[in-house]
Design a protein around this ligand. Sequence first.
Ligand code: HEM
Length: 256
Amino acid sequence: MSEVRQRQKSNKAGGSSNSSNNNKKPSSKAPKNARGGISILDLIRVLATLVIASCGLSYYMTSSESLLWGYRPWFTRLPVVMRFLQGPLTLTPAQLSLYNGTDPTLPLYVSVNGTIFDVSANPMVYGPGGHYNFFAGRDATRAFVTGCFQEDLTHDLTGVEEMFMPVDDPAELAALSSGERKKRREQDVRYARSRIERAVSHWQNFFRNHKRYFEVGRVVGLEVSGEGEKRELCQAARQQRPTRKQVVEALAAGKR
Ligand code: HEM
């Protein structure tokens, strides 16, 4: 009899514990997938894995250059941030000449039309022994336009207009009145100046927009040839003068 009572008791106890178990909410520790849902933690894990995999692949594909597939905003480049914090640099031509790679502790600078750019990222080209080392440590705007890398390593653009002045047929020129010739020359000078401006801004923009170079400041005290002083145009540039026909065609193409 007492045995039966004991069994009933234990059944009651077991029953109540079962029913309490059945009413219990599922434990928060139970895996979410078991309920078919995805938690925020799961999403974060997946995203983190994708980001890490993408960075790793980018690092491998870009030969250890970038974790972001070549995207390098300026604020992730320490020298650019340092220059930004220090403000723009102002150098005289003599000071600028120190930044030509001779002193390995100094950065490599080139200057175009008075604007200095840091090109230290490319020592193979601008450093000692590099093909374009002669551009480092100076403002050689003239050589950027003429391509005369020996004679024109100066900022002075005096007389470079001649490089873009059209070569006329002498017979055709002789047929013009002096007024017509004067007018034509004025037009030619305007055209030549616009071509120089275009060449200079091409190189300035090349350095300014280059993903590995950056602007650092200005050169001050660049002297220009005096009024009336004519600097000879180098031979290679003289040989590049366009014919009248080429200029007419170029102007027509520009208007189209
Ligand atoms: C007005 C004429 C020219 C100017 C101002 C000029 C300027 C430059 C500059 C500044 C660079 C370096 C680009 C960088 O920072 O990545 C460069 C690179 C280069 N240029 Fe020129 N260039 C001229 C004409 C030429 C010509 C005619 C040739 C071919 C015969 C040439 C061949 C090269 C080569 C192969 C490079 C790659 C870098 C190297 O291996 O040194 N350039 N040029």
